[in-house]
Structures are given as structure tokens and as C-alpha cells.
Design a protein around this ligand. Sequence first.
Ligand code: GTP
Ligand code: MG
Length: 360
Amino acid sequence: MWDKDKHKSTKTMSHVSDLQLDDLLGVEPRLLSRLKRAGIQSVLDLAVSIPHELAAGGGDYDDSGVAVAADTETVSDLILKAEEALMDSGVLSKEFCTAEEALERRKSLVRFTTGSENLDAFLKGGVETQAITEIAGEFGSGKSQMCHTLCVTAALDKAKEEGSIIFIDTENTFRPERIHQIAEVRGLEPEEIMKRVFVCRINNSSHLEAIIQNLGKSVEQYKAKLVIVDSIISLHRAEFPGRETLAERQQRLNVMLHKLLRLAEIYNIAVVLTNQFQSQPDNSSFGGWNDSTRAAGGNIMGHACTYRIFLRKAGRDRMAIMVDSPHHAYDQIGFTISEVGIQDVEGKKSIESTSSESGW
Ligand code: GTP
Ligand code: MG
């Protein structure tokens, strides 16, 4: 099924792209060309595909030029083959492994500091690779500030892997000046950091879907270790507003999240998504913090993200609440936003006593 000898050393991220479709053994050339026509260029592309989407997109034409839909079962088999190839080459963990092996694999995780020591300790080390971390909260709660701070802390984390950050900006709130300021005030090298942050400004939901669909190539091209999407859902919420489009919107969101999770696992990258709060129509306290205020995206968002952190304002400071995690208790911690980005509340107080930036 898989030419193992040819790929004996294919264990690192940089080799993932070397796994070519043509190397998948036992796949008919007819199917290979069908896949390529559907835009699938590598084994990774295939492994992160959604069967029914691929079946529809990779349709063949009969002699009279009429489209013939590819059959989902065949496509599912191909995707399974691609996953097995990635397992054989060590990129994905095996279907069954011991808890010990799973723990060993988790040792390859990298964690990026949020900028606040307390918040890092709360997260057991920071924002993790091989996972999706969702940061949801009301407007002004600090989601984008956290993303900007992560750009800086991850970019020059010399103790950890070299690499860049991909910032997908759907709300036009990315500010290079803020990256520069956070880096400068932290005593890091702003110029060096700015070179490592690759920003993609998104115009509409189809654009976002296309960028995520091809994100594997960008991750490889820029050697990204952290991908930020700020925000994942705002464009889809705006473009698919009514109940009649809800199912389509959720399906599109599901496809993006599925892809992002596979990318996080396969490339050992951290994926950070911001999400908005939506008020429940049966409650009048819009924007407030109560049981009826929920993150947008429904169950699909809740299930797909590995960690779900809600932010809320607490006077001038902020609270982070771990709402869902496979290994954190439901808990909360305070942090604040200042000229250094995200930091501990105590840290800000010591800055304020020595500087004039206290107007926030
Ligand atoms: P939406 O995108 O509107 O949903 O909000 P958000 O959660 O992304 O909010 P964001 O991260 O943009 O936080 C904005 C808040 O951060 C502001 O209201 C300020 O309180 C704070 N803030 C932003 N920049 C600075 C700064 O340079 N210094 C300080 N001290 N605080 C800042
Ligand atoms: Mg924002």
C-alpha cells in the first residue's frame, strides 16, 4: 500500500510534503488524476479531505462531457490509504497505541507563552501544538490582544523551535504597530519578530475557506509553528445570517475546523481561533456574562476545539475561564492587558508604579 523504503526518514514536518500521491501503492492512475483535478496534490492534502466534498469536487466526465460524481466510498478508501501512509511514516500516531506511546508523542508538543505567567501555569505551560485553542469572548475582552502577544512570544521563543506565525485576519484588526510595541517593550527584537509574522487579510467567507483549504502548503512554505485565525466565524455569521442558511454555515465551519485540527496534528503546530459571543434571543442582557451568553458556532465549534477558553472583562483586568479541556478542570484566572500585551495583573501594577501608562 505504501512504499516504506522510499520514505524511511519521513518523520519530520519538512518531509510531510514529500509524501506524494503517486507513491500511494495500489491506487489506479484514473483515480490519481481525478484527485489531482480536484486540487489534491499530496498525501497530506488527501488525508485532510472530507470524503463527500472530494467526491463532489473530483467528478469525472463521461464521453458526452456529462459530469459523473465520484463515489464517496472510493474516495473514503483513498483518504484512509493516505492516513495509513502518514501513520507508516510516523507523521500520525497509529490507530491503536499504548498510553505510554501516546504520552511519548505528547512530549513532542511545544507550548507558547501567553505573556502572563499565571495564565501559562493555568494552561499547564501555555498554548499547545497539536491542538486547537479557541479563545471566545465579548468585544474588547482581549482576544485580539492575546493573538498579538502570542505572535511576539512565539516568534522569538529561542528555547523552542525556529519558525514563523501565520495570522489570518478576518476583521481587519491586525496591527503591525502593536506587534512592534509589544516586542519592543518586552525587550525583544521587533524587526526580527515582524519578519516572522505572515499576515493574510481575508475578504469574505469563501476566501477564508480557500486559505484554510490550502493552509498546509502555507505552513510548509513559511515553516509556521503557530496559526492564528482572528476570528474564525465572523464572516460566516455575516454572510449566512438566517435560520435557512444555518445548516450550510455549520457545515462550512465544520470543514474548516476539521482541516485545522488535522493540520495541527500532522504538522505539530498550534492553532488559535478567536470566536465571538452571541446573545440568546430569550435574554435581554446582551453582551453580559451569564449562562445564556454563548460562543458562536454551536456544538460544531465546541466539539472541534481541543481547548475552549472564555474571556471576560473584570474592571480594567480580564478573566480567562477554561470551559472545556481534556485535562484541565473548569477554572478561571485573572490577567490584564497593557503596553506589553497580555500579562499578570501583578506585573502591570509594578509597571504602573514606575511608568506613566496607566490610562487604560
Ligand atoms: P472584538 O474583536 O471587538 O470582539 O474584541 P477583542 O476581544 O478582540 O478585544 P481586543 O483584544 O481588541 O481588546 C481591546 C482592549 O484591549 C481595549 O479595550 C483595551 O482595553 C485593551 N488594549 C488594547 N491595546 C492596548 C494597549 O496598547 N495598552 C493597553 N494598556 N491596553 C490595550
Ligand atoms: Mg478582536
